[in-house]
Design a protein around this ligand. Structure first.
Ligand code: ZN
Length: 312
């Protein structure tokens, strides 16, 4: 039986078309992100992936954000050819003669549904292992988007707008169940987090600690200044990179940030730090900031944190 590590390995080395001019064709990783998105949203509940209108539509959306213009989009190719990667199984309709479907209609006609290895499907049911799988897919297949920040920001914005459109009514209601909204963030969140920590050079903005095993295994998080669950704000300037300790302390309001990006420390907590610099010693230190001012924490968000979270 394959382990999570096995699947991460397989998903990192999917068999994709490649040409020197066009680079790697991202059809398969995009289809997988779409399937994972549908699982996260509860729209795929059992291990049967149908060629549904939903799937076709969401694939096109993802393609327009993450695809390559050198390649023509389209679900048919990856839906059929993923069967060669060892974890994606096709159940054919009776009468299928073995020729490759060339259009979505042919795909629907020849294929009843696809299914994943049961084990992989189970990993995708679990929030934590699903997140790891998404992280790896994004890291391996779409990391070129990091060097092209405009793209990520645009993508971020597109998703943001899409969420507001689709969930506008939910967001308006105070007592709305936040889960429905949070489910939507599985794909977008890794991009937010990765972009933010990249912009801070993988360092904590508070203590400047950097521990890097690979760009996928770092000690810092991309933290939301105004909580995502409340504001649905994934704009880059609502983010700061913090190590695990200082992310927690920031969310608890043990410190905040002044308008000049100087650190403000709460007087109302106890602290012992016999071997490392204590938090209180960071009072008035200037926060580490990204190279470009456009990505600095937004003053309005910082002010919100001071007024609503900081224990002054
Ligand atoms: Zn730190």
């Amino acid at each position: 039986m394959r382990t999570l590590q096995d699947y991460l390995q397989i998903l990192s080395s999917l068999n994709v078309s490649y040409s020197k001019e066009k680079g790697k064709a991202p059809y398969k990783p995009i289809l997988l992100l779409v399937v994972i998105d549908l699982i996260a949203q509860g729209l795929i509940k059992e291990n049967k992936i149908l060629v549904s209108d939903n799937l076709i539509e969401i694939f096109d959306k993802y393609w327009s954000a993450l695809g390559k213009s050198a390649y023509k989009g389209g679900l048919t190719y990856p839906f059929f050819h993923l069967k060669n990667d060892g974890f994606w199984h096709l159940e054919f309709q009776r009468g299928f003669e073995g020729s490759r479907p060339r259009t979505v209609n042919q795909l629907k006609k020849y294929v009843q549904y696809a299914s994943l290895d049961d084990n992989l499907f189970n990993f995708l049911q679990n929030q934590f292992t699903r997140q790891t799988i998404v992280d790896v897919l994004v890291e391996v297949w779409f990391s070129d988007k990091y060097s092209n920040l405009e793209n990520i920001l645009q993508l971020d914005q597109d998703f943001q707008e899409q969420i507001h459109e689709e969930l506008g009514s939910v967001v308006e209601q105070d007592d709305a169940e936040p889960k429905a909204v949070l489910k939507k963030s599985y794909i977008r969140n890794p991009l937010f987090r990765k972009t933010v920590v990249f912009l801070y050079g993988y360092r904590c903005a508070f203590c400047e600690l950097k521990i890097l095993q690979s760009s996928n295994q770092v000690i810092v998080d991309g933290a939301h200044i105004k909580p995502f669950a409340k504001f649905f704000d994934d704009k880059i300037d609502n983010g700061i990179s913090f190590c695990k300790n200082h992310h927690w302390a920031f969310d608890q309001g043990l410190f905040s940030i002044g308008d000049e990006y100087k650190i403000l420390i709460s007087k109302r907590f106890q602290e012992e730090s016999p071997f490392a610099k204590s938090m209180k010693e960071f009072e008035d230190k200037k926060l580490l900031l990204p190279d470009y001012e456009a990505y600095f924490p937004r003053l309005e968000a910082v002010q919100w944190h001071r007024e609503n979270v900081f224990i002054s």
